[in-house]
Structure formats: structure tokens, C-alpha cells
Design a protein around this ligand. Structure first.
Ligand code: PLP
Length: 421
């Protein structure tokens, strides 16, 4: 039972302190109780906690929208607020769908999705998801999608070289687009790194190839940056690694510094303009939530973005990321560490029975869970994805705390695997 937090620590009701090893589900940027964010929320609280955004607006939302356009990949100039990652994705899907309807391309109704993709738990987001464990139960409720394989090179049938695996996937995507492009509204991807699907990396150039193919076959590219956004991969957005501008981009989690529920879907002017017209044309995008663009959340987001600039959070990441990459290589000394995938301040360590054979642990052994329990006993909270141990500390973690966290995780893996031998 977590009662409080400060910096990169969570504190339970008994006063025990834990390193927040997964940034409170991948969203915390500056640590907990960041003074400038706390103060911004308090200041906003003196004005108003909430007013509907439907038919109205407010200063923090306007300022935040301007700021987002300023930092987003060039060409994303319109901002639609909502309140969590799933809704940011729903908005992107509905916008993409309605966009083509309003252009008279009525046959463009399907979405191309990636195996292992995770875009949230609401039905539209589940519809474009690719994790069978979470999604199969709801199959009958979902709309039609066309799925392409992910770049899971570690278990790729054709090659274990990431670049080659990526090239095969791109070939498949082109095949799908050739056949189905005319009936596809959009292709959705978690750029550079797929999160909940097991921290699956894409090779350099992969996103650029998707952009090129989407242009060639007249399909909208939707980047779900809910996990990757706001510095997680070492740049402000994952799309920045390849200077790709998607047609739509979903943001949440780190948007408010991980403080309060808030989301935004960014769009190009091309998309925006398709929704303009006379009232009688009924081109309105009908989508609004009660807490859309909540003023406290917007104030937190503005304060978080200001702190990122002021504290030079991104600029300071590089040595930390470098150290992280090297430190993780040490984990390969553990026989049960099969694959390590990392970028920026996000890593997945895949555990297997034996690194040489890649044979997975039986799910009932709950190896990832055992590691998390060992880590908790040693003072760190982590949350695995099956047998993939995830590490995603707040971006501002000090080197001392980072070293401690990585040491705890290494010891926890060693303890968990030796407990079954
Ligand atoms: N998209 C991605 C890539 C995510 O990682 C997540 C959550 O983990 C979501 C969407 C859904 O966000 P939320 O949990 O805020 O609905």
C-alpha cells in the first residue's frame, strides 16, 4: 500500500521505501513530488479544478496545445485533448476513419496493425491490439484489422538479426498494402519500441519505411507514442529518431509528467481541414469526455514540459543511457537471460530456461513475477511483462539510484532463477 512518494522513491504505509523501477507504469518523468509541478497544480487549484472543455476552453489548455505543436514532429499542428492513452488512440482511430469518409473514400474502413501491439484497453484500442492473451476474449466485439508481424528478432522464423527481421516485416507490410491499401484507413504502430508486447525494438529505418509505404499506398500513419513520448527513448518523441512525421500521434502517460490523467491526439492540418464545413454538412468529430483537457492536468503538463527544458532532462540523459546499455550487458552472464532490448531509459530483459536453447519458462512458473517479488524484498518496485523484466525508471533518476536499481534487478533475477534449480 503506497502512501507517499518523493523523488524516485515510493513509500508504503509502513514507511518502507522502494525505488520506482517502472515509473509508476511508465509515466513518471521527474520523480514524485516535483516541486514545480506540485506548485503549478496548487496555483491552478486556486482558480478552478475543472470546467468542461466542450464548447469552452481555458488558458492552460491553450498554452499546452501551443507547446505541444512546438515540440512535436514538424507538421503536427492540431491538438485534440482527452484523458488517457486508450482514449488518445480511440480518437486517432476515429479521426482516421472519419477523415476518409469525409473525403468520399467510403471503402477505406480497415486498419493495419502490428502483432504484439498494445494500444489500450477500450474496445477500439483492443481492436488494433495484437496481444492474444489480452485481446482474444473480445474478438467478436472487434472491428476488422489486418495484422503484420512485429520485429521480434529473438524469435523471428527467418533471422535473428534485427535489421534483416525488420526488412522481412517491411516486405510483408508492402504486400498487405498492395492488396488492401484501397480499403485501409490507417496503419498504427508503437514507433521504435513496442511496449507491452515485450519491449520489442525496431531496427533503424523501420519507421521511415513505414512512412514511405503509407504515403505510397495512401494510408494514414498513426504513431502511438503513449509509452515512448516525452523522453523515454532518449529523444522527446520516438518519431524524432528518424525525423518522421506521422499523420496522427497519440500521447498520454508522460504528458503530465505522470502526475494526472491527460492525453492528446495530434494531427496534421490535412486531417483537420477534412473536418471543416457548414453545420449542415455534419463534419463534426463527435468525441468528448467529461474530463477532457482537465485544467489541473494541463497545468501539470505545462510545468512538466517547462521542467524538462529548465532541468535539461533530455540533454542529461545521454551518459545515463550509455551506462545503462553497458550495465545491462552484464546480465548476459546469467544463463537464463535470453535477450536484452533497450533504448533510452526503457529496457526489457527476456528470461528463458536456457539462453542457449531459448526455451521459455512454463507460464505457471511465473518467473517474471518471481523476479518482481525478489526486487520488492530488496527495495524496488518493478512490473514484468510475462517473463520479460521491464526497467523504466523516471528519467531524472540519479546515477547512484540507477546503479542501485540495476543491481537489485540483477540480484533479483539471480535469486529467482536459482530458487527453481
Ligand atoms: N498505448 C501504449 C503504447 C501504451 O503503452 C498504453 C499503456 O500502457 C496505452 C496506449 C494505453 O494507455 P492508458 O493505460 O492510459 O489507457
Amino acid at each position: 500500500m503506497i502512501e507517499s512518494g518523493d523523488g524516485v522513491h515510493l513509500v508504503d504505509v509502513d514507511g518502507t521505501r522502494y525505488l520506482d523501477g517502472v515509473s509508476s507504469l511508465w509515466c513518471n518523468v521527474h520523480g514524485h513530488k516535483k516541486k514545480s509541478i506540485d506548485q503549478a497544480i496548487q496555483k491552478q487549484l486556486e482558480k478552478i479544478a475543472h470546467a468542461t472543455f466542450l464548447g469552452l476552453t481555458h488558458p492552460p489548455a491553450i498554452e499546452l496545445a501551443e507547446k505541444l505543436v512546438d515540440i512535436a514532429p514538424k507538421g503536427l499542428e492540431r491538438v485534440f485533448f482527452s484523458d488517457n492513452g486508450s482514449t488518445a488512440v480511440e480518437v486517432a482511430l476515429k479521426m482516421a476513419f472519419q477523415y476518409w469518409q469525409q473525403l468520399g473514400r467510403h471503402q477505406k474502413v480497415k486498419f493495419i496493425t502490428c502483432a504484439g501491439g498494445y494500444h489500450g484497453d477500450t474496445l477500439g484500442a483492443v481492436g488494433v491490439g495484437g496481444i492474444d492473451l489480452f485481446h482474444t476474449t473480445f474478438k467478436q466485439l472487434l472491428f476488422q484489422t489486418i495484422r503484420f508481424p512485429n520485429t521480434y528478432a529473438y524469435r523471428c522464423d527467418q533471422t535473428s538479426v534485427l535489421e534483416e527481421c525488420g526488412a522481412h516485416v517491411i516486405e510483408e507490410v508492402e504486400g498487405i498494402l498492395k492488396t488492401h491499401g484501397h480499403e485501409v484507413a490507417g496503419l498504427i504502430i508503437e514507433p521504435i519500441m513496442q511496449g507491452a508486447g515485450g519491449m520489442i525494438l525496431q531496427p533503424p529505418g523501420f519507421l521511415t519505411s513505414l512512412r514511405t509505404l503509407c504515403d505510397k499506398y495512401n494510408v494514414l500513419l498513426i504513431a502511438d507514442e503513449v509509452m515512448t513520448g516525452f523522453g523515454r527513448t532518449g529523444k522527446m518523441f520516438a518519431c524524432d529518431h528518424e525525423e518522421v512525421t506521422p499523420d496522427l500521434m497519440a500521447l498520454s502517460k508522460g504528458l503530465s509528467g505522470g502526475y494526472l490523467p491527460l492525453a492528446a491526439t495530434l494531427a496534421t492540418n490535412k486531417i483537420y481541414e477534412a473536418f471543416l464545413g457548414e453545420i449542415s454538412e455534419q463534419k463534426t468529430f463527435f468525441h468528448g469526455h467529461t474530463f477532457t483537457a482537465n485544467p489541473l492536468s494541463c497545468a501539470a503538463a505545462l510545468a512538466s514540459l517547462k521542467a524538462m527544458e529548465r532541468d535539461k532532462v533530455l540533454e542529461k540523459l545521454s551518459p545515463k543511457v550509455h551506462w545503462f546499455g553497458n550495465a545491462l550487458q552484464e546480465f548476459y552472464k546469467i544463463r537464463q537471460v535470453g535477450d536484452i532490448r533497450m533504448i533510452g531509459m526503457a529496457a526489457g530483459i527476456e528470461l528463458v530456461q536456457d539462453g542457449a536453447t531459448k526455451e521459455p519458462f512454463a507460464p505457471e512458473m511465473r518467473m517474471g513475477h518471481r523476479v518482481a517479488e525478489e526486487a520488492r524484498a530488496r527495495g524496488a518496485i518493478i512490473r514484468p511483462l510475462g517473463d520479460v523484466v521491464v526497467l523504466m525508471p523516471p528519467l531524472t533518476i540519479s546515477m547512484n539510484d540507477f546503479k542501485r536499481l540495476v543491481r537489485i534487478v540483477q540480484e533479483s533475477i539471480e535469486a529467482a532463477v536459482s530458487s527453481i534449480n
